[in-house]
Ligand binder design. Structure first.
Ligand SMILES: *Cc1c(COP(=O)(O)O)cnc(C)c1O
Length: 365
């Protein structure tokens, strides 16, 4: 069956072409029916764990934990790693929502906010209090296409050595080269750059996060129920989960992480960088339009946002040619396009997309 559309949407996104085969294999092996208390499940968890660990350079004392989504991980981080104060760098809808979760959970979060399309000049930022407990950073703000350079993430982490530094890499993992000597936790969900069906959040946590959760529990803080960090961590030691997890999703993740590992992160990064450069080049040379993020240092390698008064027309015409790109994020629905540059899209598909984009622009003239 030939797919009707090529999805270049930043979540949910195009699946890796091999997902179909893995899904069929999983059904043949009756993966959805196996007990999550079986050795067969432990093997699946361990396979996902090992491939992710190798792919992302995760230290041995970090755990790979499974939640339902990145939204869930925001909540778990605040419940388990914050007594009072988190500090949030906000430059769009996703980073703002994490801050909002802190308010909902009646923490006292600090906020440093810049306008949509902007990144952070970290040397000029007013400081947060030194005793802030958690520093919430977003590698890739999907709503605006602004990425934070890894060097800036690490420099900020150094500035707040007592805080736990957590990095949202939902729409960029496995791209960012994080130094887990500085980053205490990072997380993503699988329906973006991992090219998998939605329904799984992957939470990477180091010992400092775990120890913080333990100490808050000792002090009587309610850290949750079945998905307390301490419960997830204890089960993970045995490649188990507290609840019946999304076994099929973990199986598929193991396969895709294995394929990414075989390809090599350096190769994946390089090809995404090249494709991103071509997309930005195209945006900047459009007759009526430009890249929304003007500072090249802040341009996302994985979500390219294009600004044009013709955005809605372009998006509609691209769809007629078989390419689905994301609309702008509120309030930019009809004045921006968001184009996913994820590893699941082949170089050939990208070439076809460029051709379609050129044809659409020529027809609009
Ligand atoms: C999509 C996204 C989220 C939310 O992911 P869910 O899996 O829907 O919970 C969080 N942060 C960023 C940057 C995102 O792009």
């Amino acid at each position: 069956m030939k797919p009707v559309y090529t999805y270049l949407t930043p979540g949910p996104s195009a699946l890796f072409p091999s997902v179909a085969t893995h899904l069929q294999n999983a059904l043949e092996a009756q993966v959805p029916s196996i007990s999550h208390r079986s050795v067969a499940f432990q093997d699946i968890y361990q396979e996902a764990d090992q491939h992710l660990r190798a792919l992302l350079g995760l230290p041995a004392n970090y755990r790979v934990l499974f939640c339902a989504s990145a939204n869930e991980i925001w909540e778990r981080l605040l419940q388990n790693c914050v007594a009072h104060t988190s500090a949030h760098l906000v430059n769009g809808a996703f980073s703002r929502r994490f801050y909002q979760f802190a308010l909902w959970l009646q923490k006292s979060p600090f906020l440093h906010e810049v306008a949509e399309g902007q990144g952070f000049e970290i040397s000029q930022m007013p400081p947060f209090p030194a005793d802030v407990e958690l520093l919430a950073l977003t590698h890739n703000e999907t709503s605006t296409g602004v990425a934070m350079p890894e060097a800036d993430l690490h420099a900020l982490a150094r500035q707040y050595p007592d805080a736990l530094t957590v990095v949202d890499m939902v729409s960029s993992a496995p791209y960012p080269a994080l130094d887990y000597g500085r980053v205490d936790s990072a997380y993503f969900s699988v329906q973006k750059a991992f090219g998998l069906p939605a329904g799984l959040g992957v939470w990477l946590v180091g010992p400092r996060g775990y120890e913080k959760a333990q100490s808050l529990e000792k002090k009587g803080q309610i850290t949750g129920t079945y998905h307390r960090l301490t419960a997830l961590w204890k089960e993970a030691d045995n490649f188990q989960t507290p609840e019946t997890p999304n076994v099929l999703a973990i199986y598929l993740l193991a396969k895709i992480a294995g394929e990414m590992r075989a390809k090599g992160l350096a190769t994946i990064r390089e090809s995404l960088q090249q494709q991103a450069a071509q997309l930005y080049q195209k945006a900047e040379t459009m007759p009526q339009g430009r890249a929304f993020v003007q500072n090249p240092a802040w341009r996302s390698p994985t979500v390219v946002v294009v600004e044009s008064p013709l955005a809605l027309k372009i998006r509609t015409a691209l769809k007629e040619k078989g390419f689905v790109v994301g609309s702008g994020y509120k309030p930019f629905q009809d004045t921006q396009l968001r184009i996913a540059n994820f590893p699941a899209t082949s170089t050939l598909e990208m070439q076809h997309f460029h051709k379609a984009w050129e044809e659409v622009m020529a027809a609009l003239d």
